[in-house]
Write a new protein. Structure first.
Length: 294
């Protein structure tokens, strides 16, 4: 019998968290326990967890906002110490979208003897350009499972404890943005495979109306702070994996984006330029962790 552990990262959303906990325990293959990794600055989440009176729940308060990256590293560590064979990496607002996600994913864990990560939705990654690449729907329709480069955030990522034992963790210094990508690329570099179930993948696309989706070349952002973390962290990832071509292409692309944002007006363009320039500045000076609010 596989021992499935789980952790859920949360930050000041106790009621949403409680709904997600119920959804995770309602899986046809539920985890044996769930660690709640709390980034909150108050005790509301602690009190909400205590009210459930469920012995399968464990609680760890970070004591500060460590971001998804720091919290995920702690969650993997705690689940591994408790003897998990596989570990669910969850977010408080992204419960599994189908009741049997875990069961279906664990059913394909032995397809590849070096399987390190399972997921419902994944992507390819262009290591030269530093961009996420969409998996074509026609490929999903032809196969039962496929290997990918990264598992999408909130898409039922299950991590083999062997990966944790190998010392692979997300980079805590990233704080927020591409922490799953950083982790998955390091898993792949160590020789482990990342596998997604194509039937779950197709169900997710149908649910969100993305069967024929085409990613636009540029989309106006609601939160430009995410642009800051995206660029800064991609540059750090390119260094950690010694992807020099990727770094050169990122610099060219984002330098262009500094000016492209002005097509949406001066105010947006100036804010966009400021965030990208700040990301370049902080990267060049080695500034990491949380620097601006999301």
């Amino acid at each position: 019998m596989i021992k499935l552990g789980a952790f859920i990262i949360t930050y000041h959303r106790p009621q949403i968290l409680l709904d997600t906990i119920r959804a995770v325990f309602s899986q046809t293959y539920p985890p044996d326990f769930i660690w709640i990794i709390d980034n909150s600055e108050n005790l509301e989440t602690d009190h909400a967890i205590a009210s459930l009176l469920d012995s399968r729940l464990r609680y760890h308060r970070m004591g500060y906002n460590a971001g998804p990256a720091g919290a995920a590293a702690k969650g993997l560590e705690l689940c591994a110490k408790e003897g998990s064979d596989w570990i669910y990496w969850g977010d408080d607002n992204d419960p599994p979208f189908h009741s049997d996600c875990f069961e279906r994913l664990l059913a394909i864990r032995d397809i590849n003897p070096f399987c390190g990560v399972l997921g419902a939705v994944g992507q390819f990654f262009d290591r030269k350009k530093g961009v996420i690449k969409r998996v074509q729907t026609c490929l999903l329709e032809k196969k039962d499972w496929i290997e990918v480069d990264t598992i999408a955030g909130g898409m039922c990522m299950l991590v083999s404890v062997e990966v944790v034992k190998a010392g692979i963790f997300p980079n805590k210094d990233l704080f927020f943005g591409f922490e799953e990508l950083d982790f998955c690329l390091k898993v792949s570099r160590k020789g482990y495979s990342l596998i997604v179930d194509t039937s779950l993948f197709l169900q997710a696309r149908e649910m969100w109306g993305r069967i024929e989706f085409e990613r636009p070349p540029y989309k106006k952002k609601k939160k430009l702070s995410r642009e800051y973390y995206s660029l800064r962290n991609l540059l750090y990832i390119s260094d950690s994996l010694t992807l020099k071509t990727m770094k050169r292409n990122l610099i060219k692309k984002w330098f262009f984006k500094m000016f492209y944002g002005f097509r949406y007006g001066f105010r947006y363009g100036f804010s966009n330029m400021k965030m990208i320039a700040l990301a370049f500045w902080h990267y060049s000076n080695g500034v990491k962790n949380k620097t601006i609010d999301i």
